[in-house]
Write a protein that binds this ligand. Sequence first.
Ligand code: AMP
Length: 401
Amino acid sequence: MKILVINAGSSSIKYQLLDMENEKVLAKGLVERIGEPEYSSLTHKANGKSSTIYRPLQDHAQGLEFVLSTLVDNELGVIKSLDEIGAVGHRVLHGAEKYNKAVLIDDDVMNDLKDNIVLGPLHMPANILGIEACKKVMLGKKNVAVFDTAFHATMPDYAYMYAVPYSWYENYGVRKYGFHGTSHEYIANELAKVLGKDIKDLKIISCHIGNGASICAVKNGQCVDTSMGFTPLEGLVMGTRSGDIDPAVIEFVMDKTKMNINETVTALNKKSGLLGLSEHYSDHRDIMKYSNEGDKKSMLARKKFVYVIKKYIGSYIAAMNGVDAIAFSAGIGENSSEMREEVLQDMNFMGIDFDIEANKNFVRGENFKISKDTSKVAVYIIPTNEELSIARQTKNVIENH
Ligand code: AMP
């Protein structure tokens, strides 16, 4: 079976076509600047070749038609007919409490997704546009929603509840949902596979450290806690997001700066984190470069970034009464030896004995062990693969329907 994976943003469509017989990627690409017809384009990678084609695209349906015609194109295509596509898997931000696993999309699911817009106002409308485009352009094709929140549905109530008036939860659904679930699920399963153990026998900490970053505690195959919360703003220091702060800061700063609530929350999402502390750089590579050159604010951003990751790892070890293995993943987690070294140093009292040389000489793009053989806790770099995870879950839904 071939599965098309779609990740729709407000003006973009990221796609991958996978052959599930061997889980190989046949083609992948990105449609950009939908709704800006003068500039819209498609970048398509297949058969070792990358091509960028400009074409006016008014909406997501036109963008998707462009993708589909490219997939069957004589020159750039990888399939003869769209009939070869067994189903479409959609990355969907929010499943709220109702969806704890991937689901075949029907009218009821569509209505639920629309209800969830309030919980994910930046992403859900775009995710819905992507699904509607597929329904319009690929008549009769099965669509599956794979939720970023679903893996976290197993958290116990004392982990997902905030200690605020209970009616906020009952009336408005205020609670921790967690995000990056598809990634954490993939990383935890991959780690169990690499260790040659049943995931049901393991305590795992999965660190997805990219521009957006979250950590997840996985006990016996189930998520028991995660650092992102009601929105992706909670938890770790991120590229431009603050992570955890005292909520009382909001009123105080609004009073001092005369910013309104939207401006203040936007500052926490877009002007904080590495960017806020360094005052210049949201990209981790810049933070490393300028902190190495002695820029004081970049040095502070680098230290704070690492410190919070360390604290979350420590707290999840306490929450699970131990840990067997830790994984680092995503843009920074997979690439930055310095970040991993700074997080893992001085953790030997917890049984984490990491291998400085292996950590420096890791092989990019591969599952790679960075702890010593004698370490009680195994530490690995596990490159995440959210598209493959979405494709696997989509196949599973289709086969079991
Ligand atoms: P992601 O959101 O997973 O795409 O990750 C983006 C982040 O990964 C950015 O902060 C990049 O600076 C960081 N990143 C990407 N490549 C590297 C690298 N080679 N070394 C350090 N950080 C990197």
